[in-house]
Design a protein around this ligand. Structure first.
Ligand code: HEM
Ligand code: HEM
Length: 174
C-alpha cells in the first residue's frame, strides 16, 4: 500500500481548498463587515453553509479513513519527528472540528439560524465580540493557520530533503 485511497485523496484536496477559503474569507471579509451592514447576512449565510459542508466532508473523510488501507507512517528519519508528524495529523482534524464547533456555538448563542436562514427580521447583535466561543473561533483559526503552514513545511521537508516522494502518497495512481 503506497498511497491513500483515492476517495481520501480527493477529500484531502477538496477540504484543503474549502478550509483555506473559509479561513481567508472569515478573517479578511466576514469579520470586517459591521453587523449593521445589510451585506453581513449574506456573508454569514455563505460562511455558515461552507462550515457545514466542511463538517460533513470531514466526517465522511474520517469514516473512509477508518475503512480503507493506509500507507505505513512516513519516516522522517527521527523518532521525535515521526511522533510529531502523527500528532500533527490528529491535531489538524481536531482543530477543524473545533472551528466548526465554536462557529456553531456563536451561531446558537446569537440566534443566527433564525436570523440568517428564516429571515426572522430580528437585528444582529452589535457584534459577536462578547461571546466566548467567538474568542475561541478567532484563536483556533490562528492556530489552524500555523498548523497548516507547518504541515506544508513537513510535506516539503519529506519531498525535497528526504526525497521520499511523500506527495505522491496523497495523489492518485496505482
Ligand atoms: C486545510 C489544509 C490541510 C489539512 C487540514 C490537511 C490535513 C491532513 C491530514 C489530517 C493528513 C493525514 C492523512 C489523513 O488522515 O487524512 C494529511 C496528509 C497529507 N497532506 Fe495535508 N492537509 C492540508 C493541506 C495540505 C497541503 C497544502 C499539502 C501540500 C503540501 C498537504 C500535503 C499532505 C501530504 C503529502 C499528506 C500525506 C502525508 C503522509 O503520508 O504521512 N496537505 N493532511
Ligand atoms: C472549518 C470551518 C470554519 C472556518 C475555517 C471558519 C473560519 C472563520 C474565521 C477565520 C473567522 C474570523 C475570525 C477572526 O478574524 O477573529 C470566522 C468568523 C466567524 N465564523 Fe467561522 N469558520 C468556520 C465555521 C463556522 C461555522 C460552522 C459557523 C456557524 C455555524 C461560523 C460562524 C462564524 C461567525 C458568526 C463568525 C464571526 C463573524 C464576525 O465576527 O463578524 N464559522 N470564521
Amino acid at each position: 500500500m503506497k498511497r491513500y485511497h483515492p476517495a481520501l485523496v480527493s477529500l484531502h484536496w477538496l477540504l484543503t481548498v474549502l478550509i483555506i477559503v473559509a479561513l481567508l474569507m472569515g478573517s479578511n471579509i466576514l469579520s470586517q463587515i459591521p453587523n449593521d451592514n445589510p451585506e453581513k447576512l449574506f456573508a454569514l449565510k455563505m460562511h455558515m453553509i461552507s462550515g457545514f459542508i466542511i463538517l460533513i466532508l470531514m466526517i465522511v473523510r474520517l469514516v473512509i479513513r477508518q475503512v480503507t488501507k493506509k500507507p505505513p507512517h512516513a519516516d522522517a528519519g527521527n523518532a521525535v519527528l515521526n511522533k510529531a508528524g502523527i500528532a500533527a495529523h490528529y491535531l489538524l482534524y481536531l482543530l477543524v472540528f473545533a472551528m466548526v464547533g465554536s462557529g456553531i456555538a456563536i451561531a446558537v448563542i446569537s440566534g443566527l439560524p433564525d436570523i440568517v436562514f428564516n429571515n426572522s427580521g430580528v437585528a444582529l447583535p452589535e457584534n459577536f465580540n462578547h461571546i466566548l466561543p467567538r474568542l475561541f473561533h478567532g484563536v483556533i483559526a490562528q492556530v489552524l493557520f500555523i498548523m497548516i503552514f507547518l504541515h506544508v513545511l513537513g510535506a516539503l521537508y519529506h519531498q525535497l530533503i528526504r526525497k521520499d516522494s511523500l506527495l505522491s502518497r496523497m495523489w492518485f495512481g496505482q
